[in-house]
Design a protein around this ligand. Structure first.
Ligand SMILES: O=P(O)(O)O[C@H]1[C@H](O)[C@@H](O)[C@H](O)[C@@H](O)[C@@H]1O
Ligand SMILES: [Mg+2]
Length: 283
């Protein structure tokens, strides 16, 4: 039986690599000479420019109108964030924007592809590390063509948990985020980490470098590609309340096993986060 998505998968890897080169170039040439404040404007331009390069290349390859697109920058400009049955690209052109501004070495291009609302493949290019993580549904997960597997650590006390404080600075949310982190740290676990990008954090779970990642407040474009990569590396994906993973819910736990995931879930203080697909309908 023909494999309809192999060409799209291979092309996505190529496009992610090209986008990563653009990000590195912007980092080397433009960002370094700018003051921090004007750099932030420049970064928004870089995010938008890289997303245009990615979507432009995909439309040129697969035709206008045949596929749908959910991109961080296009949604920010008011485009719909609804997963249809059509072949849909879910794109974060620069995951770890704040890292990028500071030259903190974790910046990822995240490209996922879904058909009939099912994630078919995910590609995450960690462009400052030059590491290409990728996975197709049912065909395993890879980093630069080497197969990757989640960690086999079963003991929470021997686990590293990765999470993020996100971009919200309201006292109420920050308190909830850090009290959750404090409870998890004092289980105790072996350590708490955060790379500054959800996509990279999920690759660290998939490659066995850490045992679990959780966050409330992320978006579908941050986690769609990582969801395929973690699953294909033998990991599990859940909602922060222990229910089934929901791509549009803006919250998730992924881990090397249900045991570690459910132990983390016990400590998470949940706060509301507006769904990706509902928020846009309100506009
Ligand atoms: O807005 P940036 O700097 O990209 O940071 C967010 C990042 O995009 C997400 O992947 C992380 O998980 C968030 O916590 C960051 O705030
Ligand atoms: Mg992001």
């Amino acid at each position: 039986m023909s494999d309809p998505w192999q060409k799209a998968y291979d092309f996505a890897v190529e496009v992610a690599r090209k986008a990563g080169a653009e990000i590195r170039k912007a980092g080397e040439s433009e960002i370094r000479v700018m003051t921090k404040s004007s750099t932030v404007d420049l970064v928004t331009k870089t995010d938008e420019r890289v997303e245009k390069i990615i979507i432009g290349a995909l439309k040129a390859e697969f035709g206008e109108g045949t596929h749908d697109f959910i991109g961080e920058e296009s949604v920010a400009k008011g485009e719909a964030c609804i997963l249809t049955d059509k072949p849909t690209w879910i794109i974060d052109p620069v995951d770890g924007t704040t890292n990028f501004v500071h030259g903190f070495p974790f910046v990822a291009v995240s490209i996922a592809f879904a058909v009939n609302k099912e994630l078919e493949f995910g590609v995450i290019y960690s462009c400052l590390e030059d590491k290409m993580y990728k996975a197709r549904k049912g065909k395993g997960a890879f980093c630069d063509d080497d197969p990757i597997q989640v960690s086999d650590v079963k003991d929470i006390h021997k686990s590293i948990i990765i999470s993020e404080h996100g971009t919200d600075r309201s006292k109420e949310k920050v308190t909830k985020i850090f009290s959750t982190m404090q409870r998890i740290l004092c289980i105790p676990v072996h350590g708490l980490r955060g790379s500054g990008t959800a996509a990279t954090n999920m690759c660290l779970v998939a490659s066995g470098a850490v045992e679990a990642f959780f966050e409330i407040g992320i978006h579908c474009w941050d986690i769609a590609a990582g969801a395929v990569i973690v699953k294909e590396a033998g990991g599990v994906l859940l909602d922060v309340d222990g229910g089934p993973f929901d791509l549009m819910s803006r919250r998730m736990v992924c881990a090397n096993s249900d045991v570690i995931a459910n132990r983390i879930i016990k400590e998470i203080e949940i706060f509301p986060s507006e769904r990706d697909d509902i928020a846009i309908k309100k506009k």
